[in-house]
Ligand binder design. Structure first.
Ligand code: FES
Ligand code: FES
Length: 158
């Protein structure tokens, strides 16, 4: 099939796509967007999280055929050109990135949380990120990063 999607605001096409291959594969291998990570390919870890029509979803669980016509935003699309998004900057500064496999999914999920809740409580942050597994950080630095980003983004237009 020929797949037509909007990715990070740009109309994109890919040819000779098998309907059953994952959106994650399409993004990484066909569209040159390796930010979203493939850590489990089973919907368990959240490393592949992207926005699909404005809702965070595991790209490894979405078949290419289901993605036709959708609006996709990946971790690359959060940045403003060369400038990092405040959520990305906060993860960097807080030391919330080690191997980085979980980071793209955490960034998208945190972005979504802070779009919905200006100053989330710790339980709200933990709940929002419950589907994103990190094998390295112990989560404390991740919580620090979300609090830092929330503080900086409060009252700004996101
Ligand atoms: S790679 Fe998709 S949830 Fe783990
Ligand atoms: S930084 Fe390695 S899995 Fe989270």
């Amino acid at each position: 099939m020929r797949l037509n999607v909007t990715v990070n605001g740009e109309a994109r096409q890919a040819d000779d796509v098998w309907e059953g291959e994952s959106l994650l594969y399409v993004l990484r291998e066909r569209m040159g967007l390796p930010g979203s990570k493939n850590a489990c390919e089973q919907g368990e870890c959240g490393s592949c999280t992207v926005y699909v029509d404005g809702v965070p979803a595991c790209a490894c669980l979405i078949a290419a055929g289901q993605a036709e016509g959708r609006d996709i935003i990946t971790v690359e699309g959060l940045a403003d050109g060369e400038g990092l998004h405040p959520v990305q900057q906060a993860f960097l500064e807080a030391g919330a990135v080690q191997c980085g496999f979980c980071t793209p999914g955490l960034l998208v999920q945190t972005h979504d949380l802070l779009e919905r809740v200006e100053s989330p409580s710790d339980p709200e942050i933990r709940e929002a990120l419950a589907g994103n597994l990190c094998r390295c950080t112990g989560y404390e630095k991740i919580l620090d990063a979300v609090r830092l980003a929330a503080g900086r983004m409060a009252g700004t237009s996101r």
